[in-house]
Design a protein around this ligand. Structure first.
Ligand SMILES: NC(=O)c1ccc[n+]([C@@H]2O[C@H](COP(=O)([O-])OP(=O)(O)OC[C@H]3O[C@@H](n4cnc5c(N)ncnc54)[C@H](OP(=O)(O)O)[C@@H]3O)[C@@H](O)[C@H]2O)c1
Length: 176
């Protein structure tokens, strides 16, 4: 069965964006390590599908790169109806049921991009198979949390951890 992998970066205090959705702090030049992509390109090759909430999609649309990922199947969850685009299919039906079915189909890994609301929905449904969390050495104090209110307690076990010279710490976890 295909795996759902939550691959995401968070501040030390567990936020994935500032209150207004800003994620520029992730790309602060002070963190730059020449030639280091924290496993991103290898990860990208391992997946052929992405999942994201509508709020995340709206942020991604503002990025310079072709968005979200032209060569992948991209699904965006929303409670309201939106026309599909060349790159994106909107999912209005029960999100957990949709993801369960997607996992049964043949294919590569499925990247759960976020954000906090969709992470929580799929966490509570027990559908996240792996977590690759990159902690950035910054305390934001407020913002959009990695998991929205209502996330249920869940124990995870470590698969691997990596630390980088710039203070980034990457945790690879799976449900125990
Ligand atoms: N740090 C990182 O690596 C990272 C990664 C990803 C995202 N982010 C940030 O996270 C922020 C967004 O997170 P978020 O928690 O606000 O929102 P989100 O999870 O991205 O999207 C929430 C939206 O998803 C839809 N939704 C929620 N529950 C649903 C359900 N049960 N069924 C169908 N659709 C449902 C709703 O869309 P409608 O309102 O259209 O109904 C809701 O407004 C952005 O600022 C983004 O930049 C950061």
């Amino acid at each position: 069965m295909r795996k759902i992998i939550l691959y995401i970066a968070a501040s030390l205090d567990g936020y994935i964006a500032r209150p207004d959705g800003d994620t520029s702090w992730l790309h602060d030049k002070r963190y730059m390590l020449e030639g280091e992509d924290y496993g991103y390109s290898t990860f990208l090759q391992s997946i052929d599908t992405t999942l994201m909430g509508h709020n995340t999609y709206k942020v991604v649309l503002g990025f310079k790169e072709p968005s979200p990922f032209p060569a992948k199947a991209n699904y965006v969850f929303s409670r309201s109806s939106h026309p599909d685009t060349k790159q994106v299919q909107f999912v209005q039906q029960d999100a957990a049921e949709f993801v369960k079915e997607l996992k049964q189909q043949p294919g590569k890994g499925i990247w759960l991009i976020g954000g906090g609301q969709i992470n929580t929905l799929l966490l509570n449904a027990g559908l996240i198979d792996e977590f690759i969390l990159t902690y950035i050495p910054i305390i934001l104090g407020s913002g959009i949390p990695l998991f929205a209110a209502g996330a249920q307690e869940r124990q995870l076990q470590a698969l691997e951890s990596k630390s980088y010279r710039n203070g980034f710490v990457q945790l690879w976890l799976q449900p125990s």
